[in-house]
Design a protein around this ligand. Structure first.
Ligand code: ATP
Length: 399
């Protein structure tokens, strides 16, 4: 392939499906795709962190799908660099990610990780040790945690809704809020306190990201209106009232997108009883953590939910759920979250067609019954078989 062609073609793809990218990233991407391997394939350097618990099973399944998608769609190749990270590593070495791995993540075009954390690996204050949120989210300044919640065909949802009726994105602030207190709270034998910090800069950038995402979507399923909902507790906490004020200021820059407010408790109900109303929601870190699991529950379980942690310079991708130690190593976990995580990463890398093929392979597998999600959101036939079914479908769809 003529390398002169790669940049413009890639940019075209970015424009066609740029949901998880930013213009600054697009500029970097031209350099990244400018490197082609000997067969002329676009190459992207990707770090893989399999993680703890069900993480390795999920990443294996997602990589089986990647192999099929690479073969089927052609034209690109992910050069994978596997690194250990998480609670098991912390238990062994006292570090949740080595300095070498952190450097690799920083240098990579993107990172895909499985969930991390083990219940028995704890700090003396009872909080989890060995999780990577602090080192990666804050360290890479990936300030937007983008969590799409979409009802898939064939998924058993506990709410009354059809596929297409639930399709929104939660944008969770990722570097401040209540979780900034991680490892820093004050504790005595009689009391404990954490601090919730909201800054103007932190809020402006995540709210802008939410509006940019809304601009690239087709609006809410109920009415097709491009809408960003600011979720907060501005009626109780001054920090949240500040978040709302900054939201209103940023919203003025986007007259083509409707901005609205909703208190977090009301949002918890609304996401269950009228999810069709929502397009993009933006909120503080802790609220986003809780409400995205709620959203995941409404569409058939968190085992179906991917996410991206995206800043201006770096990004890494992971399922929204934890390492599920209760089912780890038993071939019972649902790999769809990880496969859809892979699709988000492909989008970010500018491989929109491959991302779309990955998503379609998941949907067609569920529709055709090649993949069935059974009790407790677990795939019938197991994790490995589920990954193979999606991979087979990807090959068929392209053929
Ligand atoms: P974290 O706080 O790290 O997100 P958590 O304590 O909320 O983790 P999870 O590990 O997310 O807990 O698990 C919650 C429940 O969901 C568990 O019963 C687990 O088995 C189930 N679960 C999580 N992920 C999956 C999956 N991919 N497939 C099937 N079940 C899952």
């Amino acid at each position: 392939m003529d390398t002169d062609e790669i940049g413009p073609r890639c940019l075209h793809r970015l424009r066609a499906r740029p949901l998880y990218t930013r213009p600054a990233r697009a500029v970097r991407l031209i350099y990244s795709v400018g490197m082609a391997d000997l067969t002329g394939n676009r190459e992207h350097n990707v770090v893989i962190i399999p993680g703890d618990g069900i993480g390795p099973e999920l990443t294996d399944a997602a990589l089986a799908v990647l192999e099929a998608v690479e073969e089927a769609s052609g034209g690109f190749h992910l050069r994978l660099d596997v690194h250990r990270g998480g609670a098991a590593l912390y238990r062994e070495t006292g570090a949740n990610l080595s300095a070498e791995s952190i450097a690799a993540v920083r240098a990579a075009d993107a990172t895909m990780k499985g969930p991390v954390g083990l219940p028995e690996v704890r700090f003396p204050d009872g909080t989890e040790a060995g999780v990577l949120g602090g080192v990666l989210r804050t360290g890479l300044d990936v300030y937007a945690n983008v969590r799409p919640i979409r009802l898939l065909p064939g998924a058993e949802a506990p709410i009354k809704a059809e596929p297409g009726e639930v399709d929104y994105v939660i944008v969770r602030e990722n570097t401040e809020g209540l979780y900034l207190s991680r490892g820093k709270g004050v504790q005595t034998s009689e009391a404990a306190a954490d601090t919730l910090l909201i800054t103007r800069k932190g809020t402006e950038r995540v709210v802008r990201r939410a509006f940019e995402i809304a601009r690239q979507r087709n609006g809410a399923p109920a009415d097709g209106v491009r809408r960003v909902t600011c979720v907060d507790k501005a009626n109780v906490l001054p920090s949240m009232a500040f978040f709302r004020r900054v939201f209103d200021e940023v919203a003025e820059e986007y007259p083509d997108v409707q901005g609205e407010h909703l208190y977090a408790d009301a949002a918890a109900q609304a996401l269950v009883v009228r999810p069709q109303h929502f397009d993009v929601l933006v909120m503080e870190n802790f609220l986003g953590d809780i409400l995205s699991d709620l959203g995941g529950g409404t569409i058939g379980g968190i085992g179906l939910c991917p996410s991206g942690n995206i800043g201006d310079e770096h990004a890494y991708f992971e399922p929204i759920h934890g390492s599920a130690p209760d089912i780890a190593g038993q071939d019972r976990a649902n790999p769809v979250s990880q496969v859809l995580t892979l699709a988000m990463m492909l989008d970010y890398l500018g491989e929109g067609a491959a991302a779309e093929l990955t998503r379609r392979a998941v949907e067609e597998s569920l529709k055709s019954g090649a993949l069935t999600i059974g009790d407790y959101g677990q795939p019938v036939g197991g994790t490995r078989a589920a990954g193979e079914a999606i991979a087979r479908t990807a090959r068929t769809l392209h053929g």
